[in-house]
Design a protein around this ligand. Structure first.
Ligand code: HEM
Length: 508
C-alpha cells in the first residue's frame, strides 16, 4: 500500500470533521422543526460540501492536502478558543467558547452545572455566537442598572415588521416612551371583567375534551392543539373585544396564521410583514369604531389604550407592538398552561389539595394570587417556562472585573436564579406552599423579568393560569397517555410536543 492511499482517507476525514457541529445540530429534531428553512439550507450546504470533497478526492486529490491543512487549522482554532482560560489576558471571564458539544439543548441543568464549574459569570457559545452568562438576580439587576444606556435586546424576527421594533428589544431611549403607551392599555379592570368569560371558555374546552371520549386507551387528545383553541380566542377577546364566530375573528385568525412565531418556515418573513401591516390597519379601523360609539365599545385592552392616548400617539410602532403582544401573549400563556397540566400530572397530591381547599369555597372558587391555585402558578413559573433574558451591549463594558465585549450576547439566567439554594430550601422540589404567606423580592424570584423590560402581561397570564388550574384540578381527573417527558424547542424547555391526554369530569 502506498503512503498516498493512507493519507487520502485521513485528509477526507479531517475535511469532513469540520462539519460536525452542523451535522449534530441537524440531528437535533427540535431545530429542524422550529427552523425548517434554516435546516433545509444547511442540509443543502452539507450535501454540496460532501459532493465537493468527493469530487476533489477523485479528480484533484492533491488539492485535499491544502483542504485538510485548512480544516485542521479550523479544528485546532475551535479547540484553542474552547479553553476555559481563552481571553483571560484581555479580561474575558472563564468558560468554553467551544462550538461543540451543544449541551444546553439536551440537559435542562446545563447552566447550573456551568455555574458550579466556572462561577457566576462565564462565557459560552451558541450557534457559533459567543455569550456571557450572568447568574443571580441580584447581580443581574446591578448589571442591568449600571449598563442601562448601552444594552439592547437581541431582536427576534417579529421586530422586522414594526417600524421601531418590538418594545422588548428597544434601547432605553425609545423604550421608555413606547412602554408607557402600551402599558396604559393593559388594564386590570379589563382582566377582572374578562374573568367570567375566561372561566366559561376554560370550562367549555375541558368539557369538550371529555366529551370526545378521549380515554388514554383511545389515544387521548393532542394537548397543544386544544390549548391553542382555548387561548387564542381569550387573547383576542381581551385585547380587541372580538368574539369567536364573527367575521372579524376569522379575519384576525388568518392574519395570525402568517404571523406565527412558532416556526420560521421559508418565506415567512415577507408573509409576516404583510400580515402585521394588515393587522395594524385593522387596529386603526377598530379604534375609529370605538371613537364613533364609545358606549358600545366592549371592555378590552385596545379600548383602554384608545381612551388613555391621543390618536396621534397610536402610531405604526404602537400598533405593530400591539400585534406582537397578541402573538407572544398567546404563545407564552399556552407555554404556562402546558407546564401547569404537567405539574398536576406529576404531582397529583397538589391536585388533591386543590380539590379539598376549593371544596371549602363551594360555588365561588378562590383563584386569587395567594390562593393555592395562585401558589401553584407561582411555583410552576419558578421551576419552568421562564428561563432567561438576553441582551447585547453596544460597547465593551466591564462588570465585576470581567470584560463583556461589544456585540456579544448576554444571557441572564432566570431559571437557574429562581432555583437558587440560598433563597429556596429544596430548590428543585415542587412545593407551592413555599409561597404561603411569603413574598419574594425581585432579587430572589423573577419569572417575569427584571428591571426595565419586565413583563407587562404578568397579571393577565397569571389570571388565566389560576383560573385554568382551578378548573382542571378541581373538576377533572387527568388521564395521561404514558409519561410526559420534556424537550428543548428553542428557546424554551417544554413538556414534549405531540403529547395526548384524556380527561374525566369529576362528579360534582
Ligand atoms: C407566563 C407567561 C409569561 C411569561 C413567563 C413572560 C415572561 C416575560 C419576561 C421574562 C419578560 C422580560 C423580557 C426581558 O427582559 O428581556 C417579559 C417581557 C414582556 N412580556 Fe411577558 N411573559 C408572559 C406573558 C406575557 C403576556 C400575556 C403578555 C401580553 C399581555 C406579555 C408581554 C410582554 C411584553 C410586551 C414584554 C416586554 C416589556 C418591555 O420590554 O418593556 N407577556 N415577559
Amino acid at each position: 500500500m502506498e503512503l498516498r492511499d493512507v493519507i487520502l482517507p485521513i485528509e477526507i476525514v479531517v475535511c469532513l470533521l469540520v462539519t460536525w457541529p452542523l451535522v449534530r445540530q441537524l440531528a437535533f429534531e427540535p431545530f429542524r422543526y422550529k427552523l425548517p428553512c434554516k435546516a433545509a439550507q444547511r442540509i443543502a450546504l452539507l450535501i454540496g460540501y460532501f459532493a465537493f470533497i468527493a469530487a476533489v478526492a477523485v479528480f484533484a486529490p492533491v488539492l485535499l492536502h491544502f483542504g485538510a491543512v485548512l480544516a485542521l487549522g479550523i479544528l485546532l482554532y475551535e479547540r484553542w478558543r474552547a479553553r476555559p482560560s481563552y481571553g483571560r489576558g484581555s479580561g474575558l471571564p472563564p468558560g468554553s467558547l467551544g462550538v461543540v458539544p451543544r449541551n444546553h439543548e439536551r440537559d435542562p441543568y446545563h447552566f447550573e452545572k456551568l455555574i458550579a464549574k466556572y462561577g457566576p459569570i462565564f462565557k459560552f457559545n451558541v450557534e457559533f455566537h459567543p455569550y456571557i452568562y450572568i447568574a443571580s438576580h441580584k447581580r443581574a439587576l446591578k448589571f442591568l442598572r449600571e449598563n442601562d444606556d448601552v444594552l439592547i435586546g437581541a431582536a427576534q424576527p417579529i421586530s422586522a415588521g414594526i417600524p421601531k421594533g418590538f418594545v422588548r428589544y428597544m434601547p432605553a431611549q425609545t423604550h421608555t416612551k413606547y412602554r408607557r403607551i402600551l402599558l396604559s392599555g393593559i388594564s386590570t379592570d379589563v382582566i377582572d371583567d374578562a374573568s367570567p368569560m375566561i372561566l366559561s371558555a376554560v370550562r367549555a374546552k375541558l368539557l369538550q375534551i371529555c366529551e370526545e371520549g378521549c380515554r388514554p386507551a383511545n389515544g387521548g387528545v393532542l394537548i397543544d392543539d386544544n390549548l391553542r383553541e382555548l387561548i387564542f380566542p381569550i387573547v383576542l377577546a381581551v385585547f380587541f373585544g372580538v368574539r369567536p364566530d364573527t367575521p372579524q375573528f376569522d379575519q384576525i385568525e388568518s392574519f395570525f396564521a402568517d404571523i406565527d412565531t412558532r416556526r420560521e418556515t421559508c418565506g415567512i418573513e415577507d408573509r409576516r410583514i404583510r400580515a402585521m401591516n394588515g393587522m395594524s390597519d385593522w387596529i386603526r379601523a377598530r379604534i375609529d369604531e370605538f371613537a364613533k360609539d364609545p358606549d358600545a365599545a366592549p371592555s378590552c385592552f385596545l379600548k383602554s389604550l384608545a381612551d388613555r392616548q391621543d390618536a396621534a400617539a397610536l402610531d405604526a410602532t404602537v400598533r405593530g407592538n400591539w400585534v406582537a403582544m397578541v402573538e407572544f401573549a398567546t404563545v407564552d400563556i399556552i407555554g404556562l398552561l402546558q407546564w401547569l397540566v404537567k405539574m398536576l400530572i406529576d404531582y397529583p397530591e397538589w391536585a388533591e389539595r386543590l380539590r379539598q381547599e376549593q371544596g371549602a369555597h363551594g360555588d365561588a372558587p378562590d383563584w386569587g394570587e395567594d390562593s393555592l391555585a395562585g401558589r401553584i402558578v407561582k411555583e410552576t413559573l419558578r421551576l419552568e417556562r421562564s428561563e432567561f433574558l438576553t441582551r447585547k451591549s453596544t460597547k465593551d463594558v466591564w462588570f465585576e472585573g470581567y470584560r463583556i465585549p461589544k456585540d456579544w450576547s448576554i444571557r441572564i439566567g432566570i431559571r437557574e436564579n429562581n432555583r437558587d439554594p440560598e433563597t429556596f430550601d429544596r430548590p428543585t422540589e415542587f412545593d407551592p406552599d413555599r409561597f404561603l404567606g411569603k413574598e419574594y423580592s425581585l432579587e430572589e424570584y423573577a419569572p417575569f423579568g427584571l428591571f426595565r423590560h419586565n413583563c407587562i402581561g404578568a397579571a393577565f397570564a397569571s389570571t388565566v393560569g389560576r383560573i385554568f388550574v382551578t378548573e382542571l384540578g378541581t373538576g377533572f381527573d387527568i388521564q395521561p397517555n404514558g409519561e410526559w417527558t420534556t424537550q428543548y424547542v428553542p428557546p424554551h424547555w417544554r413538556p414534549r410536543a405531540g403529547f395526548r391526554l384524556g380527561l374525566k369530569a369529576r362528579a360534582a
